[in-house]
Ligand binder design. Structure first.
Ligand code: GRF
Length: 229
């Protein structure tokens, strides 16, 4: 959303299916004033999602709309959209939400749905991507916050963080290193949106009034020998 001189806090709806550590990072950032927004709805498709307990603990409005109660995905989507619209949600934040977003849902929130993915897109879309990066032998992995479009992990990229893959990494150790960065860049991306700093131009997302990006390269393994550097 582009809304330069915003006074009201951005109304955020968070959709989650699992433990909700990304939800927690957003709750904490809102509480600390790092996001000029407030979570007006936490919605889960899974009644056992830890995210529901986190919402309860934080005193946030929360509910479960179980996708298993719907025969057609479109009807599930419509129920979710109806709830978010009733709550006056302005930005939909997918935080480990394991359902595909259908066209009617996208049309209800154009340019207003974000997702986080634990890989450096466009490499490794889909599931189990930390393991895929490790098995592939990638030297870097990371995470991506992007706007959601009709594809799987294909929308315009807002922020990425890069972490090295270490020789003794396991799927768990690499996932933990990536998750730490997820908790930094998701609140950051949401705040950029809340401040009206994001402009979608085709596939690219412009960040208005952005400081110059440092141009140094990351190399892994690092070059130690001065004769090689
Ligand atoms: C995160 O790795 C996120 O990138 C992916 O699902 C995971 C959710 O973790 N989409 P949590 O529920 O936020 O802890």
């Amino acid at each position: 959303m582009i809304n330069g001189n915003r006074v009201e806090k951005l109304r955020i709806g968070v959709l989650a299916s699992g433990g909700g550590t990304n939800l927690q990072s957003i709750i904490d950032a809102c509480a600390a004033g790092k996001i000029h927004g407030r979570i007006v709805r936490v919605l889960c498709n899974n009644p056992d999602a830890g995210a529901l307990q986190r919402a309860e603990k934080a005193g946030l409005s929360h509910c479960c709309i179980n996708h298993r109660d719907f025969e057609r995905r479109e009807d599930f989507d419509q129920a979710v959209v109806g709830q978010l619209q009733q709550d006056g949600v302005e930005l939909v934040v997918l935080a480990g939400f394991m359902r595909i977003i259908g066209k009617a849902f996208l049309d209800a929130f154009p340019g207003r749905i974000m997702n986080i993915h634990p890989a450096l897109l466009p490499s490794f879309p889909g599931l189990h991507v930390q393991k895929k990066a490790l098995d592939y032998g990638a030297r870097f992995a990371g995470c991506t916050v992007h706007f959601v479009d009709g594809g799987v992990d294909t929308g315009p990229i807002i922020v990425q963080a890069v972490v090295p893959v270490l020789d003794d990494d396991t799927e768990d150790s690499l996932s933990a290193r990536i998750l730490e960065q997820e908790h930094r860049i998701y609140p950051y991306a949401i705040e950029l949106f809340a401040q009206g700093q994001l402009k979608i131009e085709g596939r690219r997302v412009k960040v208005l009034s952005q400081p110059d990006t440092p141009s140094q390269a990351l190399i892994n393994p690092p070059i130690f020998s001065s004769s090689l550097s």
